[in-house]
Design a protein around this ligand. Structure first.
Ligand code: AKB
Length: 316
């Protein structure tokens, strides 16, 4: 039986991953650790919850001992746009936090899952079918912390044998907890605005292609990778994973199939546009497919239908 600690448990991924893991491994065996956001009732009442700083090693060690933790899903991080605003804080949370968790994992024999991101690539990276192993020279603080995090996880595996694994997630689309401060957030906001106002003002230009994924596929990716046979993993950390690639006009057109009155205009945010322009259009995720059987369930059409259905019910 696994005993799991999830950091960043009240964030966009964490709030859903914690519940997904509780269903799979039992409520009492999955400890949620949040920080800024208040946990929702379901998360708070279904299993253990603690409020922690992810750089506070002592507290993490005491949780690991108290609950006999053997696996840590370390999700606490600042996203790309907010990291550009607060670069030092991004360094502290994204890197010092990861370093703290890896040290705890080394001392207490825990496996660690950490998400990297399409943000780990930069303008010199091939933009189409971005290979698994390629040039990574990101030009954002977020990307710098993600590349360093990938290398740190590889280092802890090679040097100390810590079972580190991770994915390079694209923009994640979900209806439960909104993302905060990312560049791909438009692909979530557009659904809220479409349902509430039948109109959305997009901060990225038409033609800005980015990889995206619906949350159920992201949860499946994280857990499948952690359950994969280690003997088959050549890459371990930072597997490219994607489910779809689209530009703003494509998701708008898909939404309009369900809400014919829906319209979209553009007011470009230069900071987020520059970040998006430095990221790939579409990653090649064949290494994940070959090494641990990655295969997404949702494309743009299936995701849009499900998102509109679930979000309309939530808003109603
Ligand atoms: C962001 O936009 O910062 C994130 C990401 C792609 O890592 N959603």
């Amino acid at each position: 039986m696994k005993n799991i600690l999830v950091t960043g448990a009240t964030g966009q991924i964490g709030s859903e991953l914690t519940m997904f893991l509780r269903q799979r491994y039992g409520n009492e065996n999955v400890v949620a650790a949040g920080h800024r956001r208040e946990p929702d009732r379901e998360l708070l009442e279904s299993g253990p919850y603690h409020c922690i700083e992810c750089t506070d090693g002592e507290t993490i060690i005491s949780l690991v001992k108290q609950y006999r933790i053997d696996t840590i899903y370390h999700l606490a991080a600042l996203l790309s746009a907010v990291a550009e605003k607060y670069p030092q804080k991004a360094w502290d949370v994204n890197l010092a936090g990861l370093f703290t968790v890896l040290e705890v994992a080394r001392e207490h024999a825990c496996a660690v899952f950490t998400p990297s991101s399409i943000g780990a690539f930069g303008p010199d990276t091939p933009r189409d079918d971005t290979p698994q192993d390629t040039i990574q020279r990101p030009v954002t603080m977020y990307g710098i912390t993600k590349v360093a995090g990938e290398l740190l996880c590889d280092y802890y595996f090679r040097r100390f044998g810590v079972d580190t694994r991770g994915t390079r997630f694209p923009g994640l689309i979900s209806y439960k907890t909104p993302p905060g401060g990312g560049t791909t957030d438009y692909a979530v906001e557009i659904f809220y605005e479409a349902i509430k106002k039948e109109h959305y003002t997009c901060y990225l230009e038409a033609g800005t292609y980015l990889d995206m994924m619906y949350m159920p596929d992201a949860l499946k990716a994280a857990v499948d990778l952690m359950e994969a046979d280690p003997g088959k993993l050549k890459h371990r950390n930072a597997f490219n994973v994607t489910a779809m690639s689209f530009a703003p006009e494509h998701i708008a057109a898909e939404i309009a199939k369900h809400i014919p009155e829906f319209t979209m205009k553009y007011e470009i945010d230069p900071v987020r546009q520059a970040i998006a322009d430095s990221w790939p259009n579409h990653m090649d995720d064949s290494a994940a497919r070959e090494e641990w059987g990655w295969k997404p369930d949702y494309d743009l059409e299936a995701m849009t239908g499900d998102m509109l259905d679930k979000l309309s019910r939530k808003i109603a």
